[in-house]
Design a protein around this ligand. Structure first.
Ligand SMILES: Cc1ncc(COP(=O)(O)O)c(C=O)c1O
Length: 359
């Protein structure tokens, strides 16, 4: 029997490489530090809100998630028509590309960066334009400006950047926007913005008030700790936000996710206490690596990045042996999420024992 026909480039679609889970062990507690998750339980009141919403599971959710849109509108002081939701900000990356690109149009992003950008771009039959990061892991904004063509439709700025943790400053973004064509969408992907301690920190929501081509992209998965519920949001000009609603999965955001997100927005004090704790832990882990001579650049996220080159897989294996699962990028480096204190302690101990052979 002939195999059903699929699109010809299906084999070339890169698969999303999710962070692995460690196997359970009898001798030690194992830790997953491969997906930049929040080690804290959901914020107070959230599990109860989920339980209440769960009672209505036999009903479809509100397709417009109006309660959450209103809560976001109030919390961030933006009009509801500037807000679009998605099943995680990863889905909104796709919504943006599908809303803006015809086949052959160009999507530009720094590389290495969030690995969903190339996947969505190819799914939309658009063309990826990857601009390598600078040697200090920062975005090459001059190189990005130079790479804009009349086919460029979407540019991603990922700050703090996944997986390298470096941030693009507000000054740099404003300069970029003032020099880029104003009819090209610039996405400021701020999945980790709450963890940023940059002195000149960019706030995409604020920037989007003055630039009609800017989309600020945020998620409830990281600082808010709702990764499993799949909810993210974009703030943009109303015409763009409406386009993102059109390319969204219908009924994508569940009532459970909606209620959990609303409750989480009300817990800002607890949220920032936890963020502060994780930032302190990140800086502790960062300092340990730096003192040991590892190649490391500042991180403004809830993870650190080590450009270990050929030793990336060896270091990953050393962590695995000690019950710690990190995220390797073969031949490039490793990303280690900041987790529970005992997990962070163990990462530091592994780093001390590992034979670093870089010059
Ligand atoms: C830079 C960046 N953007 C967006 C996302 C998507 O997060 P979510 O779909 O959970 O909202 C991630 C997740 O790892 C990320 O690292």
């Amino acid at each position: 029997m002939p195999t059903p026909k699929l699109r010809p480039d299906i084999d070339q679609l890169p698969a999303y490489k999710a962070g692995q889970r460690p196997a359970e062990r009898d001798d030690i507690t194992t830790y997953k530090v491969s997906s930049n998750e929040n080690p804290f339980d959901p914020l107070p009141g959230v599990v109860e809100a989920i339980a209440r919403a769960a009672a209505d599971t036999h009903r479809y959710p509100d397709p417009f998630s109006r309660r959450l849109v209103d809560a976001l509108s109030e919390h961030f002081d933006v009009d509801p028509d500037r807000i679009a939701l998605g099943t995680g900000s990863v889905a909104i990356c796709g919504q943006i590309i599908f809303a803006a690109c015809a086949p052959g149009d160009e999507v530009m992003y720094p590389w290495r960066s969030f690995e969903s950008y190339p996947i969505w771009t190819q799914m939309a039959s658009a063309k990826s334009v990857k601009v390598p990061l600078l040697p200090d892991e920062r975005h090459d904004l001059e190189g990005m400006l130079a790479a804009i063509t009349d086919r460029t439709r979407v540019i991603f700025i990922c700050t703090p950047n996944n997986p390298t943790g470096e941030a693009v400053t507000r000054t740099e973004i404003i300069d970029f926007l003032d020099r880029a064509p104003s009819d090209v969408i610039v996405v400021i992907d701020e999945a980790y913005v709450e963890f940023s301690s940059s002195a000149d920190k960019a706030d995409g929501i604020d920037i989007s008030r003055s630039y009609d081509n800017v989309i600020a992209l945020r998620t409830f998965s990281k600082a808010y700790g709702l990764a499993s519920l799949r909810v993210g949001f974009a703030v943009a000009n109303p015409v763009v936000a409406e386009a993102l609603r059109k390319t969204a999965l219908p009924f994508g955001v569940s009532s459970i996710a909606e209620e959990a997100a609303i409750e989480s927005l009300h817990r800002e004090v607890e949220l920032f206490e936890r963020v502060e704790h994780l930032v302190q832990e990140r800086d502790r882990v960062w300092n340990a690596f730096a003192e040991l001579g590892y190649p490391i650049h500042p991180s403004h996220a809830n993870f650190v990045w080590l450009r270990l080159g050929d030793q990336a897989l060896e270091f990953t294996a050393a962590c695995e042996e000690e019950g710690i699962t990190i995220r390797p990028f073969a031949g490039e480096g490793v990303r280690i999420s900041i987790a529970e204190t005992p997990a962070n302690d163990r990462v530091i101990e592994i780093a001390k024992k590992f034979k670093l052979s870089l010059q």
